[in-house]
Design a binder for this molecule. Structure first.
Ligand code: NAI
Ligand code: MG
Length: 319
């Protein structure tokens, strides 16, 4: 296995080494290599990512990513949008797991309001929301494939937005073809209901920006952004990253919560068939947290590195 390690900016540079340490402990024989992208690269050479980095990422079997800083500058092209597009990482899978909650948000990752098709005129700016039948059907099939016994929840604004009428129809047809029970909710009501009644939900499928917002909000259920991992899956590539960003407000202080990044490494292991190892990593994280080894966002006093050491310590005891 070739694993590209991409810390990015801010706390990405603090949490990714910890998650990499966990992966290396479990699979020391894999080939790990660093790739530098992000704001730091942009400041140095005027581009956040270059053709060479895209090639290095596309040659990897798996990518472990941190976060990148994206300034609200019209000349700055989002690294993540470019990577998701170039590697065709169409499924963004965001599990939210904790006491009383075990759900997966599946977000369409290549189109919708993040199509990248936008323009500015004096006094107005437009962003095109693109929904295609191909994109909707493939994310629907992916999400339906994750439903185990329960049902699929479809989040849209099909009552108001025409592009969601197409999305909704495609998802329903694919769910029925897969023999998966489904329900639908409008995304605004869904955001509230997921927070009020999380146990009612299993797999939720939605379009790009709605999934982005819903998954950050669902972080409330499990202790905040520092806890949420994600996987970006395409037919040829797989990319794993915490849901959170580069957190400039706490970067450089060694106090970022590495759990989201470590759990992203667990998703990587699970994706490539190392299910027992993935379970061991998640269990080690839970044991470390239960023992009080927590960063300040969780009310503790541990550092990023101390959490990583506690997690590896537990894995060492079990393996
Ligand atoms: P953010 O996720 O970086 O931070 C939001 C809040 O959560 C901050 O108060 C931060 O301190 C806290 N937080 C986030 N992760 C944490 C962790 N692991 N441990 C403890 N506290 C944590 O989102 P924000 O502030 O909106 O964006 C900051 C920068 O990150 C921006 O430039 C933004 O564009 C970028 N960003 C990048 C993402 C990515 O690379 N996937 C995703 C979201 C934002
Ligand atoms: Mg987000």
């Amino acid at each position: 296995m070739k694993v590209a390690i991409v810390p990015g900016d801010g706390i990405g540079r603090e949490v990714v080494p910890v998650a990499e340490g966990v992966l290396r402990y479990i699979r020391p024989e894999w080939d790990y290599y660093p790739v530098e992208v992000g704001y730091g690269r942009w400041e140095r050479c005027g581009a956040a990512i270059g053709a060479e980095e895209i090639r290095a990422l596309s040659e990897a079997d798996a990518i472990l990513f941190g976060a990148v800083t994206t300034p609200p500058d019209p000349d700055y092209l989002s690294v993540l949008l470019q990577i998701r597009h170039d590697l065709d990482l169409y499924a963004n899978v965001r599990p939210v797991r904790g006491p009383g909650v075990d759900l997966i948000i599946v977000r369409e990752n290549t189109e919708g309001l993040y199509s990248g098709i936008e323009w500015s005129l004096p006094g107005s700016a437009c962003t095109l929301r693109v929904v295609t039948e191909r994109g909707s059907r493939r994310i629907a099939r992916f999400a339906a494939g994750l439903v185990k016994g329960g049902h699929l929840t479809i989040g849209t604004k099909a009552n108001v937005i025409k592009s969601d009428v197409l999305f909704r129809r495609c998802v329903i047809e694919e769910a029925e073809a897969a023999g998966v029970a489904w329900e639908e909710k409008y995304i605004d009501a869904l955001c509230l209901d997921v927070l009020m009644h999380p146990a009612r939900y299993g797999v939720i499928v939605t379009t790009n920006i709605f999934g982005d917002i819903l998954s950050d909000a669902a972080g409330y259920l499990v202790g905040g952004l520092g806890m949420l991992p994600s996987a970006n899956i395409g037919d040829k590539h797989a990319f794993f990253e915490p849901v959170h960003g580069s957190a400039p407000d706490i970067a450089g202080r060694g106090i970022a919560n590495p759990v989201a990044a470590i759990r992203s490494a667990a998703l990587l292991l699970a994706h490539f068939g190392y299910a027992d190892e993935a379970v061991a990593v998640d269990a080690a994280v839970n044991a470390a947290l239960a023992a009080g080894v927590r960063t300040p966002d969780l009310g503790g006093a541990a550092s990023t590195v101390q959490v990583g050491e506690a997690v590896i310590g537990r894995i060492r005891e079990w393996m």
